[in-house]
Structures are given as C-alpha cells and as structure tokens.
Design a protein around this ligand. Structure first.
Ligand SMILES: [Ca+2]
Ligand SMILES: [Ca+2]
Ligand SMILES: [Ca+2]
Ligand SMILES: [Ca+2]
Length: 244
C-alpha cells in the first residue's frame, strides 16, 4: 500500500508545484496604515484604484491577489510598498490618494510602472536589470525618485507637480528620460549612467538647483518650449552640439 500511494502523493505534489509556478501571486499585508504588496518570480500585474471605501488592489493577466481572482479592498491606507521581485512585473496606480507615498521595488525583468492621476507623498520607484519603463502622468508626488539600473530603461514624467526633489538615475545601457509640462519645487537631479542616453525637457520649471548628468557615452540633451531653472544649473557629459 505504501509503495503505491507514495508515488501518487509525489505526483500530486508535482502537479501542485507546477500550478504554483505557472501562476503569479501577490500577497498583501496591512499594518493599519502601510500596505505591503509582495510578488513572486512570475510576471505580477497589479493595479491600484480608488474606491469610496479605500484602495482596491486588482490582479490581472492571471495574477492572484491573496490567493483569489477577486480584487481586495483595503481601507485606511496611507502608504503602499511593492516588492515584486523577478519577472516582467507591471504596476498601475490610478488616482489614489496616499499621503505617505509609494515605495516600489520591481526587481529584475522588464518591468513597467504607471502612475496616473495620483496624489502622493514621498515616492520612490526602483527597478533592476531588464528594460524597464516608468510613466508618471497628472500626478502630484511630494518627492519623486526613480532608479532603473541596468538595461534599456525609460522614465517619462508629464503634467506633474513635485514640490520636493526629483531624482532620476537610469544606470548603464541606453536610457531615455523625458520630463514635460512638469514643475519641481526643490532640486532636480538626473544621472543617466553609462552608455548613450537621451534627456528631453519641455515646458518645465525646476525651481531650485538642477544637475543634468549624461555620464559616460554619447549623450543627447534636448530642450523644447518653456524652460525655467530657478537656481544653479550644472550640466555634465552632454555633447554641446546636441543641445537645442
Ligand atoms: Ca515578479
Ligand atoms: Ca520584476
Ligand atoms: Ca533596468
Ligand atoms: Ca545609461
């Protein structure tokens, strides 16, 4: 009896493991103000939406939230932290109000983060190796840091207001950074890392110190429309003939 049931048990376990591996899972933990969303090595796809009762956490493209297909509603959230690990993860944050901001660690893989119409405290988005994209639209963030590390990354910020510091660091490989119709109340610092990177600024006001650093490589710096630098301006490692 044991000889036959043991392989069967193994087969059942193998099936269960296969099902787990194929499925992206995120798990939420809430401490009364901070919501932590932890993913796995699979492509986690998560969206935050505002609802009258709080914040709705929805998984899509086969991503389960707390083991289920249904969205999870969390009330009283002040801050959200994402830890999504490897795999091509995608986070969309729509029009939520998070006074203590957002922290995202998307790990390796070709990740994408979209902030759309959000009202946020201090916000930091970090991606790892892989070709990542960070999009920020119509958003207010008390301070905004974006760090994308290796891979061909892009960071695009449109129609946004950052009362504090804006810091963008894109690491090695060829990256693209675009800031349009956006005001930064404090310091703006961009460092595009090794390899040939491009920085495009249009209709911006950077009210305090600005440092634009292309780092190594043949980097391009492009200006269009209204440009205002309120205090010291440092430009490093952009070839002069690429300006304007
Ligand atoms: Ca993942
Ligand atoms: Ca990832
Ligand atoms: Ca990257
Ligand atoms: Ca670079």
């Amino acid at each position: 009896m044991r000889l036959t049931s043991f392989p069967r048990a193994l087969a059942v376990m193998a099936l269960a493991l296969a099902a787990r591996v194929a499925q992206a899972d995120v798990v939420t933990q809430f401490d009364g103000s901070r919501l932590l969303i932890v993913g796995d090595e699979q492509p986690d796809t998560v969206t935050l939406d505002p609802t009258p009762g709080g914040i709705l956490v929805t998984g899509s493209n086969g991503t389960l939230v707390d083991g289920g297909l249904a969205p999870v509603l969390v009330s009283g959230v002040q801050r959200v932290a994402f830890e999504l690990h490897g795999g091509p993860d995608r986070v969309t944050v729509n029009a939520v109000d998070l006074p203590d901001g957002i922290g995202m660690r998307l790990g390796d893989g070709d990740d994408e983060a979209v902030l759309n119409g959000a009202f946020l405290g201090k916000t930091k988005i970090r991606t790892g190796n892989g070709n990542d994209a960070i999009w920020v639209f119509d958003t207010r963030a008390a301070r905004l840091y974006a760090q994308t590390n290796r891979g061909w990354d892009s960071v695009v910020v449109h129609d946004s207001w950052v009362p504090g510091d804006l810091q963008v660091s894109t690491g090695s490989d060829q990256d693209y950074v675009e800031i349009v119709a956006t005001e930064v109340g404090n310091d703006a610092r961009m460092r595009l890392g090794n390899d040939d990177d491009d920085l495009f600024l249009a209709d911006i006001a950077f009210d305090d110190d600005t440092r634009l650093d292309g780092d190594h490589g043949d980097n391009g710096l492009f200006f269009a429309g209204y440009i205002w630098f309120g205090d010291e301006l440092d430009i490093h490692d952009f070839a002069n003939d690429w300006w304007w």
